[in-house]
Ligand binder design. Structure first.
Ligand SMILES: *Cc1c(COP(=O)(O)O)cnc(C)c1O
Length: 379
């Protein structure tokens, strides 16, 4: 056994003031093994050599920040997060740049959202600068794992959980903050395919005053049955309606939605407004800016199922797409509902959908100028 402490070194990087990031020597997979995995990484199946871990205890604050061997966590069976889901996560990506460097996309926005999520779940927030330094440290250590194939990325998953072994229902006194990384292949390796969606009339994702506007783990557990129902109905994804009137379209699975009204240069984009029950996506926010750059009007307002259906019928709604970090932009083709099915446009990806998708991917992969300053160079 090697003594990891003896092998570890303190990097020049700090997690929080007075808490340096300790870098341990880890077993790295061989170049051959890594290249085999990167040839067809899929999504979320393989993990890099390192992980970032920091601990928090009430009275002590954040301590013991380290880059360590990726591997199982040892947990007490009484760990609070396992019982009461006091747990949040983030998702962002690192992109290989044409000049050989590596950049993440708007990580400050993920850091800020992570703070909001922590507060909503009564957890001590990870300071935004600490979040950024942890993500940078991991990407830097595992930069050989950033794939360079077309539209390939390194998906980063920061998360925080209540690690105190205690069964009382109250905010825990101890937490873990981790970042893991997983190489991701192109989402549509054989060309962009529209998805079919099922309007969920039985289940809701988020209610006013709930946790729908933060990425807390429990939201996703509660969504799985509706997603299974969508699959059983022959669809790819579930579309969520508002919890109160079951009238307005909110999101698709774990992605935000956009509707294109009209066509050509005059096309207008509409996306459901952030009422507190939608997750404020960073992709959504970026696409609003990019669409405006291209000269399109964008409005954030409520969109009812009826407006969607009748707009598709009379041709005024020409395209619909969903967006999020993992899949970037996914066109929506078929819509199934108890109140009747319909097809958006001719069921193929629309022109503005594809133009915005290219525009965003071009920035993320460094193929065009980053005029908004969204890329954060890591190494
Ligand atoms: C993460 C997520 C999104 C997309 O957010 P991005 O920041 O664009 O990745 C949308 N809806 C839900 C429910 C999500 O969890």
């Amino acid at each position: 056994m090697t003594d990891t402490l003896a092998d570890s070194r303190t990097s020049s990087r700090f997690f929080t003031e007075g808490v340096p990031v300790v870098v341990e020597d880890v077993r790295r997979r061989s170049t051959t093994e890594r290249e085999e995995l990167l040839a067809d990484p899929g999504f979320g199946r393989y993990f890099t050599d390192h992980m970032f871990v920091a601990r928090y205890r009430v009275g002590e604050g954040w301590y013991d920040a380290r880059l360590t061997q990726y591997g199982p966590l040892q947990m007490d069976p009484g760990t609070a997060a396992l019982h009461y889901a006091q747990s949040i996560f983030e998702g962002l990506k690192a992109y290989a740049q044409p000049d050989g460097s590596v950049a993440t996309f708007r990580p400050e926005a993920n850091a800020a959202r992570f703070v909001r999520g922590a507060k909503r779940l009564a957890m001590p927030p990870v300071p935004e600068s600490a979040f950024l330094s942890a993500v940078d440290a991991l990407v830097d250590a595992d930069r050989d794992w950033v794939p360079t194939g077309p539209d390939q990325t390194l998906y980063l998953r920061p998360y925080q959980l209540a690690s105190e072994a205690f069964l009382g229902v109250r905010p825990a006194h101890e937490y873990l903050f981790l970042v893991i990384a997983s190489p991701a292949g192109a989402y549509f390796p054989r060309g962009v395919q529209p998805v079919s969606v099922y309007l969920s009339e039985d289940y809701i994702r988020a209610a006013p005053g709930g946790t729908g506007d933060v990425k807390c783990a429990g939201n996703y557990a509660a969504s799985l049955l509706a997603q299974e129902q969508a699959i059983d109905a022959g669809c790819d994804q579930v579309v969520w309606l508002d919890a109160v009137e079951k009238k307005y379209v909110e999101e698709m699975g774990g992605m935000n939605l956009f509707f294109v009204l009209g066509s050509g240069d005059d096309a207008e984009l509409v996306t459901p407004e952030l009422t507190g029950t939608l997750l404020p996506g960073i992709t959504r926010d970026s696409l609003i800016a990019l669409a405006r750059d291209l000269g399109h009007r964008v409005s954030e307002r409520k969109v009812s199922v009826e407006e969607w259906r009748s707009g598709v019928a009379d041709g005024s709604v020409s395209e619909t797409f969903a967006c999020g970090t993992a899949a970037v932009i996914t066109p929506v083709g078929e819509v199934k509902a108890r109140t009747g099915d319909f097809t958006v446009g001719d069921g193929t990806p629309g022109p503005l959908t594809m133009r915005l998708r290219e525009a965003l991917l071009d920035i993320q992969h460094g193929r065009v100028a980053d005029t908004h300053g969204w890329l954060h160079r890591v190494s």
